[in-house]
Design a protein around this ligand. Structure first.
Ligand SMILES: NC(=O)c1ccc[n+]([C@@H]2O[C@H](COP(=O)([O-])OP(=O)(O)OC[C@H]3O[C@@H](n4cnc5c(N)ncnc54)[C@H](O)[C@@H]3O)[C@@H](O)[C@H]2O)c1
Ligand SMILES: O=P(O)(O)OC[C@@H](O)[C@@H](O)[C@H](O)[C@H](O)CO
Length: 382
């Protein structure tokens, strides 16, 4: 069985690559970083280290990599031959992979190939739906009818802390033992099939996806932005600060209470979930930097993403969201110079105002109670 995976980064090699390999797939990574492509092709394998299993090394073999920039024809060939296609490139990059994927899918169609499962393993609200939309809108656009004739598009919730260390300019993935990959079962080509071993197959993905993004990633982002504001380098350091810990858990609980209104979760089970997540992310050995977890704030401050998304839903249900508002405000203070999106937001605030920035990036207006809470928290923190 053959898999094509776009993005040989931390999650690509460290998590999805490992699961695909253990499910019996030969994997072709489509990756823009030349050094990573050459490293994978050198021995047709790569190493992964399991952090909280004494840095046990796993070797993932039967892999190769191609660059979509210098070798698009090979990428298309791999797409045509694939039994499964997955991505983990960050949702901001989905439009950049769309043309190559679209060309490969058109070629599959013209060769009369089978339908293939295509899954975007990204932290976002229904990332596979987003990918499908970009395939219909890109330069080499495929019509929806053709996409449905050649592909199936299940959404997924992807959870594993996947980091890396650098050796000779190559990032070597390091992962934690805990993981969860939940796949939207009824959208699979064959809903009874379980193509990836170790994944869960759910009919009601929405509740798992929102719990992951709106509770886990919500708390993670809140920790990163509040930690960055206090000059704390890692998530471990940030959660060791009593004030930050109290604010993070309060924000996660605000999101969780909202989830109990929307989905059949009890607060008791969400409280257990929150405690489990806080334990996982505060592991000292991870050395997970607040700038990684806070990266790409334009994406994270979007009104469908992990902070504004649950805060708006809480507002809709007339529930408290003040701690979520404070975390959003901290996101607008994230002025990391190495993060393009942070630089853009800070320049926009300087040239315009925080009010205009919240309107532009989070699509909140002064008519929203949340807008005013964010502005007032921002001014208090500044
Ligand atoms: N790291 C985690 O703990 C984690 C956990 C769950 C979900 N995720 C999600 O997984 C996705 C990837 O995150 P990551 O941490 O692995 O990031 P990463 O930066 O380590 O990996 C992304 C990879 O995609 C490659 N890439 C970018 N544009 C590309 C393109 N046009 N074509 C091919 N390759 C391209 C990059 O070079 C990089 O190797 C994100 O959506 C993230 O939210 C990450
Ligand atoms: O990957 P991002 O940028 O969406 O979010 C940063 C972290 O919160 C994220 O990577 C977590 O480590 C991950 O979602 C855990 O499953």
């Amino acid at each position: 069985m053959k898999a094509v995976h776009f993005g040989a980064g931390n999650i690509g090699r460290g998590f999805i690559g490992e699961l695909l390999h253990n499910s019996g797939f030969e994997i072709t990574f489509v990756e823009v970083d030349k050094k990573t492509v050459d490293y994978i092709n050198k021995n047709n394998n790569y190493d992964v280290y399991i952090i909280n299993d004494n840095y046990r090394k796993e070797i993932i073999d039967n892999v190769c990599a191609v660059s979509p920039i210098t070798d698009e024809a090979k990428a298309i060939e791999a797409i045509v031959a694939a039994d499964i296609i997955t991505t983990s490139v960050c949702v901001d990059n989905l439009p950049k992979i769309a043309n190559t994927l679209a060309k490969g899918l058109k070629e599959r169609l013209s060769q009369g190939k089978d339908k293939v499962n295509i899954m975007a393993c990204e932290n976002a609200f229904y990332a596979t739906d987003m990918l499908k939309k970009t395939l219909m809108e890109c330069k080499d656009a495929v019509s929806e009818a053709d996409l449905d004739a050649i592909g199936c598009f299940p959404n997924v919730a992807v959870d594993r802390i996947a980091l890396s260390t650098e050796q000779d300019g190559i990032r070597i993935p390091q992962i934690e033992t805990s993981f969860e990959l939940v796949i939207e079962k009824n959208k699979l080509n064959d809903p009874a099939s379980q193509p990836i071993k170790g994944a869960e197959y759910a009919e009601n993905l929405g509740m798992y996806l929102e719990r992951k993004l709106y509770v886990f990633n919500c708390g993670h982002a809140a920790t990163a932005y509040l930690g960055y504001h206090k000059n704390l380098p890692t998530i471990f350091d940030a959660l060791n600060d009593k004030e930050i810990y109290a604010n993070v858990i309060a924000a996660m609980r605000e999101a969780a209470v909202m989830m109990t209104k929307k989905f059949p979760f009890s607060m008791e089970e969400l409280e257990t979930f929150i405690q489990k997540i806080l334990k996982r992310i505060s592991l000292e050995d991870l050395h997970d930097e607040v700038i990684r977890v806070g990266r790409s704030p334009i994406r994270k401050l979007n009104n469908k993403d992990r902070l504004v998304g649950p805060a708006l839903l809480a507002q809709e249900y007339n529930l408290p969201n003040d701690h979520l508002a404070a975390a959003i405000a901290a996101g607008y203070l994230f002025d990391c110079k190495d993060d393009e999106q942070a630089v853009e937001i800070q320049a926009f605030i300087k040239e315009n105002s925080i009010e205009k920035a919240v309107e532009k990036y989070s699509e909140l207006t002064p008519a929203d109670a949340l807008f005013n809470k964010v502005i007032s928290a921002y001014n208090n923190m500044k």
